[in-house]
Design a protein around this ligand. Structure first.
Ligand SMILES: C[S@@+](CC[C@H](N)C(=O)[O-])C[C@H]1O[C@@H](n2cnc3c(N)ncnc32)[C@H](O)[C@@H]1O
Length: 358
């Protein structure tokens, strides 16, 4: 397999392609990409003798920012209406597909799909297709495969599926790379979902209590009306909310929040806190330097902050911010973990996470 299908936020295809091209080149692998414009899809093709599998073995998905999810491409399979299951069987046989490679399959759609019939078809097709492929020896029995690699069928429309293989240890844990989160009625703003998604993406599921357990102290810069503060309070934290704007009254009534009307870039706590989060929309380099100042000065152990990307050169701006952060952390001689991701709930921004490991 020489090709990888990348999924990203629609409109960010070039950033995702460029990012993987650079990451691959850094590992000595060369390829090119073809965006499927505004569909949130990019085909990445390796130019050299190495396989796409080798690329996936060298680059963990979690190291990429704009690539939300990915799978190895086997090929494009035409789906004639009279027998779509038969067409997939024929296609996989023609591709020398080994039935032992996967025991499950998933159907996917583009994020921009608005055809509800195609959505219903994709959902209902999984059972008959799985049965057909198992009977044809093209899908292993569940018990045969402990690895959990998965056959993927991305339905571009009713006539074409891009067929591929996703690797259990190097794909998004969420269906289609998108965590489905529900906004509780008491949350003061939809932004609350961004912080929840950030935690889901950056914190290992089995270590939530180590990072978020009750009694911790947090600072929320640019807090109003209070979606992020609300999430921190839900975790049992005491929060200082810094914003000149008004905070949600019900949230203030919890007694867990102190509202400080001040400039979030200038304000500093008297004592170090566990978390600093920042959702201020401003120049990304300014916010990167702010985060660095907090972590470098040991004012917080963990931070989640957004970098608002400019209209043009969005990927380049991230690289500049990344350099500012990595260089600053190295100069401060701190052992830190930096992660960044274009979350599903992010629009024109990306979300970063830094954790001090000392
Ligand atoms: C995107 S909103 C934050 C939404 C918030 N995270 C939530 O979940 O409800 C950005 C906020 O940053 C505030 N802001 C902008 N510049 C600021 C600054 N220099 N210092 C503090 N707050 C600032 C704005 O007043 C606004 O309330």
């Amino acid at each position: 397999m020489q090709q990888i299908m990348l999924m990203c936020r629609p409109g960010f295809e070039t950033e995702a392609g460029q990012e993987l091209m650079d990451s691959a080149a850094a590992c000595g692998l060369f390829g090119y990409f073809q965006p499927i414009r505004n569909a949130g899809l990019v085909r990445f093709t390796l130019g050299g003798p190495e396989s796409a599998f080798e690329l996936m073995q060298r680059i963990p998905l979690g190291e990429l920012v704009f690539v939300r999810d990915w799978f190895l491409v086997i090929g494009d399979c035409p789906l004639p209406a009279r027998d779509r299951v038969g067409a997939v069987i024929e296609f996989l046989r023609g591709a020398d597909w080994q039935g032992s490679l996967a025991s499950r399959l998933e159907t996917r759609l583009t994020e921009t799909n608005e055809d509800r019939d195609l959505g219903n078809f994709a959902r209902k097709w999984v059972a008959p297709l799985s049965r057909g492929l198992r009977e044809a020896g093209l899908l292993a029995q569940d018990s045969d495969s402990a690895k959990g690699d998965r056959l993927e069928l991305l339905l571009l429309d009713f006539e074409t599926a891009v067929v591929g293989l996703s690797l259990a240890d190097n794909r998004s844990p969420f269906p289609q790379g998108i965590p489905r989160l529900r906004l509780p009625a008491s949350a003061p703003s939809r932004s609350a979902l961004k912080l929840e998604e950030a935690w889901k993406v950056f914190i290992p599921e089995d270590r939530y209590l180590d990072y978020l357990g009750g009694g911790r102290k947090a600072v929320d810069l640019g807090a109003a009306p209070g979606g992020w503060t609300w999430q921190l309070v839900q975790q049992g934290m005491m929060v200082t909310a810094v914003d000149n704007g008004p905070m949600n009254p019900e949230l203030m009534a919890t007694g867990h929040v102190e509202h400080v009307r001040a400039d979030g870039y200038a304000w500093r706590p008297k004592r170090a806190v566990d978390w600093m989060v920042c959702d201020i929309v401003d120049k990304p380099r300014k916010t990167a330097r702010l985060a660095l100042d907090w972590v470098g000065g040991k004012l917080c152990r963990y931070t989640v902050f957004n970098l608002k990307l400019p209209m043009k050169k969005r990927y380049e701006e991230w690289l500049i911010c990344r350099d500012i952060l990595l260089q600053g952390l190295a100069e401060a001689e701190l052992n830190c973990r930096l992660r960044a991701r274009h979350l599903y709930h992010d629009r024109e921004e990306i979300t970063c996470f830094i954790e001090r490991l000392d």
